[in-house]
Design a protein around this ligand. Structure first.
Ligand code: TXA
Ligand code: MG
Length: 337
């Protein structure tokens, strides 16, 4: 039986109120949502994901005006960014309001807030009428889910209800900007770029330093497929495929057509532009993971600013995939040109 989306959303809001978990689409990736004011419900998120409790969650809101309930000492910059980019793929880290649960913030004095633009997320937030704490709907450290089927594959029975809103338009997680410590700091790059944030604020925005990242999305090993994954410059791709193919079948994610004599077992072509590439990236990695190959070679993307967020996710995927332990570790991102 096909249940209309309106009825599914009423049911999803009921599940959230009862302390259940609802996976829902956003414009970036699918979220695994719980009532942000219910500590037990929030605790279930960590159990289902296998995520350490110290890692804070983003609270999703229906409207920017609601940030008053969740944050304190809100700087003008937050209002300016919210007016420009919300609803949309930007998360703002602000000082938390006193009533916010420690379970949501991982005990930190700050909170991540976002107003998503996806129509299903918006409808759910309107029906629920509260904050929904939601990390990406994947197991900890793995590739985020960009379709409802990915969520079911990853989390199975752990989720009470999955709202299917189709494939996520952006395809990689939101840009995270920390406004809780004074000067704005980019914690995670995303489709809203450093340049757009700086232009909106009429001030430079710093990237987070290499030291102690507070976001697991900022850990070196994250967003990883199961198979070893390598980034290889286009100029070296043919030779590396030939060499790696001697050890087992090789899957390639390239931005150009398969050369006639390639030794690759699987050759997937990704879109040539950064937004198109980001949209397909996680679905492509999931597919290549299941291709029967023993390793994935990804043609290194351009190093221009528009590819910054994609580059970031691929670099973390290399670190998280265990490829550093493989004999081909010499084919690292450092070789990329
Ligand atoms: O696009 C997205 O942001 C998706 C959708 C579902 O909204 N959510 C998402 O959540 O990617 P998650 O938990 O997988 O990644 C959110 C990141 C985490 O790395 C978390 O540590 C960081 O945001 N974060 C949340 N609150 C924070 C805070 N108060 N300070 C620093 N980082 C924070
Ligand atoms: Mg995540």
């Amino acid at each position: 039986m096909i249940v209309p989306m309106e009825a599914q959303i009423v049911e999803a809001a009921r599940v959230l109120r009862a302390g259940g978990l609802v996976a829902f689409p956003t414009e970036t990736v699918y979220g695994l949502g719980a009532d942000a004011s219910n500590a037990n419900a929030v605790g279930r998120i960590f159990a289902v994901k296998g995520r350490p409790a110290s890692h804070p969650l983003i609270v999703h809101l229906h409207h920017a005006a609601q940030i008053q309930h969740w944050a304190r000492e809100i700087p003008d910059a937050a209002h300016e960014l919210a007016a420009r980019f919300w609803p949309g793929p930007l998360t703002l880290v602000l000082k938390r309001a006193p009533a916010v649960l420690d379970a949501v913030t991982g005990g930190q004095d700050s909170i991540g807030l976002r107003v998503p633009s996806h129509a299903v997320a918006q409808a759910l937030l309107r029906a629920f009428d509260g904050g929904i704490a939601a990390p990406s709907a994947n197991r900890f450290g793995r590739v985020s889910a960009t379709t409802a089927q990915h969520v079911r594959d990853e989390l199975g029975e752990g989720v009470d209800l999955v709202l299917d809103g189709g494939a996520c338009a952006v395809g990689i997680e939101s840009t995270i900007l920390d406004l809780s410590t004074g000067a704005p700091v980019l914690l995670r790059p995303g489709c809203i770029t450093l340049e757009e944030l700086s232009a909106c604020l009429h001030a430079p925005v710093a990237r987070s330093g290499a030291g102690a990242p507070r976001a697991p999305g900022g850990l070196p090993a994250h967003y990883a497929p199961q198979l070893p994954l390598y980034l290889v410059p286009r100029s070296a791709l043919d030779a590396v495929v030939r060499e790696e193919a001697m050890r087992g079948p090789v899957a390639v994610l390239a931005r150009h057509a398969r050369p006639a004599a390639s030794a690759a077992a699987v050759w997937m072509i990704a879109p040539p532009d950064a937004p198109g590439y980001a949209h397909h990236l996680y679905a492509a990695l999931r597919q290549l993971d299941r291709s029967g190959c023993t390793r994935i070679l990804v043609e290194a993307p351009p190093e221009t600013p528009d590819w910054f967020a994609v580059q970031d996710r691929l670099t973390r995927a290399v670190a998280g995939s265990g490829s550093a332990q493989q004999p081909s570790a010499r084919i690292g991102v450092a070789d990329a040109t």
